[in-house]
Design a protein around this ligand. Structure first.
Ligand SMILES: Nc1nc2c(ncn2[C@@H]2O[C@H](COP(=O)(O)OP(=O)(O)OP(=O)(O)O)[C@@H](O)[C@H]2O)c(=O)[nH]1
Ligand SMILES: [Mg+2]
Ligand SMILES: [Zn+2]
Length: 301
């Protein structure tokens, strides 16, 4: 048996990295029905044991328990959740300052998902070379906002060596994932920090200012300076899963203290009297954009 980590999955074949070699492996049928709540029995990032076949392909025999994972809503009309990546030290939400347009709501939904799954979250704001004075100011404000809450926030540009150094420091020796909308530059950033890779990147449509979904499957890429980065396909929205309305504020770190002052235990902080969160918002202790994101998410639950 060989121990390894799944670094790529293409439907029926899984690439298992043992450290010495990559073994193309299949998953015996008996695993397929085991896990009902997710649509993929094996995810990129999983630790597995593989037995070797005569033709030097592998058969996956055991799947290690997942320390954590990030899911997205299954695509192609399938029900349930698809695991994007497992066993992560951190998940990085990637946004661009423009082209495509920055979406704060996306960042906040992502952060809630990470809190719910207990994955450390980091924010990467890319394409800073395109920012004019308004954009630079916006980036400064967001950095302040998210750092105050306790998140790591970095700005990058594939044109700016120094910003890429900062990104490398963040990723070194860790397993991280880039997650974000199509076209924000997730794959470009991987290519820029590790020129050994020459992964396919796409244009931004002039018409819609959106990406073209160039990356179509998640893969875990070993970094030359240590660690792994998972490049993932662009996603339009981040669906919230299995969160009760009264629980939502547990996933906003800056609401944890204020919510203790709510009169009702199951306060949802949108209409109840004597609400600690609404009070903190009125006193300026909770940012308007965050409170708005909270209300939008509450609405969608
Ligand atoms: N100006 C500028 N353009 C960038 C930067 N990073 C990426 N781009 C451009 O943005 C476009 C999209 O980049 P990709 O790396 O394919 O984006 P992606 O996030 O991987 O997109 P999907 O794979 O579709 O999810 C390409 O034309 C890149 O050259 C940056 O820092 N500055
Ligand atoms: Mg890509
Ligand atoms: Zn409340």
């Amino acid at each position: 048996m060989q121990k390894g980590r799944v670094i790529q999955s293409t439907g029926s074949w899984y690439h298992v990295d043992t450290g010495d070699e990559i073994i193309e492996s299949r998953l015996p049928g008996r695993f397929r029905l085991d896990e009902k709540e997710v649509t993929n029995p094996i995810a990129v990032g999983d630790y597995v044991e593989v037995s070797m076949n005569d033709d030097s392909t592998g058969s996956i025999e055991t799947i290690g328990d997942r320390e954590n994972y990030i899911t997205r809503q299954a695509t192609h009309g399938k029900r349930g959740e698809q695991i994007l990546v497992s066993n992560l030290d951190q998940a990085c939400v990637v946004q661009s300052i423009k082209k495509p347009k920055l979406k704060e709501g996306f960042i906040d939904r992502f952060l809630v998902t990470c809190e719910a799954y207990e994955v450390r979250a980091t924010i990467v704001l890319n394409k800073m070379d395109l920012a004019k004075s308004g954009g630079l100011k916006k980036a400064e404000e967001l950095k302040q906002l998210y750092e105050d809450i306790g998140y790591t926030f970095i700005t990058t540009s594939i044109e700016n060596e120094e910003s890429l150094e900062g990104l490398k420091q963040l990723l070194k020796e860790k397993t991280s994932a880039f997650i974000g909308p199509s076209g924000v530059g997730k794959t470009s950033l991987v290519n820029a920090i590790d020129p050994e890779y020459n992964l396919k990147v796409g244009d931004i449509s002039d018409f819609s200012n959106k990406g073209k979904h160039t990356t179509t499957f998640a893969q875990l890429i070993p970094l030359s300076f240590g660690g792994y980065i998972a490049d993932t396909p662009g996603i339009r929205e981040f669906g919230l899963v299995n969160i009760e309305p009264w629980e939502l504020s547990l996933f906003f770190p800056e609401m944890l203290e204020p919510r203790k002052n709510c009169k009702f235990n199951n306060c949802t902080h949108n209409h109840e009297p004597k609400c600690g969160v609404a009070e903190a918002f009125e006193n300026g202790e909770i940012a308007a954009s965050r409170y708005q994101s909270y209300l939008n998410m509450l609405d969608s639950l």
